[in-house]
Design a protein around this ligand. Structure first.
Ligand SMILES: Cc1cc2nc3c(=O)[nH]c(=O)nc-3n(C[C@H](O)[C@H](O)[C@H](O)COP(=O)(O)O)c2cc1C
Length: 359
């Protein structure tokens, strides 16, 4: 796989390998996929006004987010069903993340269970939570994740309703019946819920997840959790501040990779306003279309403390399991290192807004 020189080449190789249903489920977005494309376009449009003569002989990319140490400011976004990409699924992703100095945010909808992933995830991993109508299930998921050692919980708030992803509708996509949704079944039971088998993924979301959530439920969750809670799926500064006012310890600026509300704004376009209003009170993370080391640098210059990548990890898994995810992370990290050097940044603290708009 060393001939694949960047994340786009890894993506192309992965797309060619996957069966059409899994390929479109991973790659696709909602409706016209305008937000999916806008995420990517927005990073591409930003120019970096690099600085010169800054002694960049030694570069330090380390950071710490809510107690989780990262060797570089990139984490793996939560995505469902890693076993459609590779039989080692989330175990491979978690091992690769740990081996590459970063952390996985494990999806509620993983094939391997919280406890199985925790065993291989190393020092830092987080859990992504969907809030179920059944608060007993929700409470149980939180308790299991915290007991297993997750460093934080990212509660996803941009999916009160399943979006219409037309590729999946066209393909009649359902998750393969032989793959377990381990966190939601009694130990040992295989995935066989009628709602999943017959209504597809969106049927499941609409049946199980709670569309009546409000800020009060966030406060409930914060009280329930012994680790910091971040809110994932924010595109407005007022919502970011409300999240912090209700006890969240961080926000993830995200439109679910263009998979929920189509025509939602590109994350790069809303990040600076949100980061400015949060004003350092709490970490601000961002995801959506980040594919190059220069994108990571731009995100930090726009005010993010770290970024997440979603699909690239799935493409890496597809081409080579753990080694494939390591390859993806290695490429991105090397690109980020070069970007820092060429932009005149010896440490991530040097990555500031004036790189994008010099005075
Ligand atoms: C196939 C797929 C499955 C996803 N599953 C989840 C999920 O279970 N929970 C969640 O919060 N976000 C989920 N997301 C959204 C990602 O966490 C993330 O916001 C998005 O993928 C980032 O954009 P990127 O893929 O362009 O990097 C999923 C995204 C994809 C592509």
């Amino acid at each position: 796989m060393n001939e694949l020189l960047n994340l786009f080449e890894v993506e192309r190789a992965a797309l060619a390998r996957l069966p059409v249903g899994a390929r479109d489920y991973y790659a696709g977005g909602a409706a016209d996929e305008l937000t999916l494309r806008a995420n990517r376009d927005a990073w591409e449009r930003i120019a970096i006004h690099y600085r010169v003569l800054r002694d960049v002989s030694v570069r330090d990319q380390r950071t710490k987010i809510l107690g989780t140490a990262l060797d570089w400011p990139v984490m793996i976004a939560p995505t469902a069903y890693h076993q459609m990409a590779h039989r080692d699924g989330e175990l491979a992703t978690a091992r690769a993340a740990a081996g590459c100095g970063t952390a996985l945010i494990l999806s509620t909808l993983s094939n391997y269970s919280i406890e199985e992933v925790a065993q291989v995830a190393g020092r830092g991993w987080w859990f992504q939570l969907y809030v179920y109508k059944d608060r007993g299930i929700t409470r149980d998921l939180v308790a299991r994740a915290v007991d297993a050692g997750c460093g934080a919980i990212a509660v996803t708030v941009d999916a009160p309703q399943g979006a219409r992803r037309e590729r999946d509708v066209r393909n009649g996509f359902t998750f393969p019946a032989e793959l377990p949704m381990s966190n939601l079944l009694p130990a040992g039971e295989r995935y066989s819920r009628p709602s999943l088998a017959h209504g597809g993924f969106m049927g499941y979301v609409n049946e199980m997840l709670d569309p009546s959530l409000t800020w009060r439920d966030l406060a409930w969750l914060v009280a329930e959790s012994r680790v910091p809670v971040l809110v994932k799926g924010i595109v407005r500064a007022d919502d970011a501040l409300r999240a912090l006012d209700h006890g969240a310890r961080g926000v993830i600026v995200s439109n679910h990779g263009g998979r929920q509300l189509d025509t939602a704004p590109a994350t790069a376009s809303v990040l600076p306003g949100i980061a400015a209003r949060v004003g350092g009170r709490a970490p601000v993370l961002v995801d959506g279309g980040i594919r190059r080391g220069t994108d990571v640098l731009k995100a930090l210059a726009l005010g993010a403390d770290a970024v997440l990548v979603g699909r690239p990890a799935l493409w890496g898994l597809t081409i080579g399991g753990e080694a494939g995810v390591r390859h993806v992370l290695g490429l991105l990290r090397a690109e980020f290192d070069i970007a820092m050097a060429l932009a005149g940044c010896a440490s991530i603290n040097d990555i500031s807004a004036d790189l994008l708009q010099p005075s």
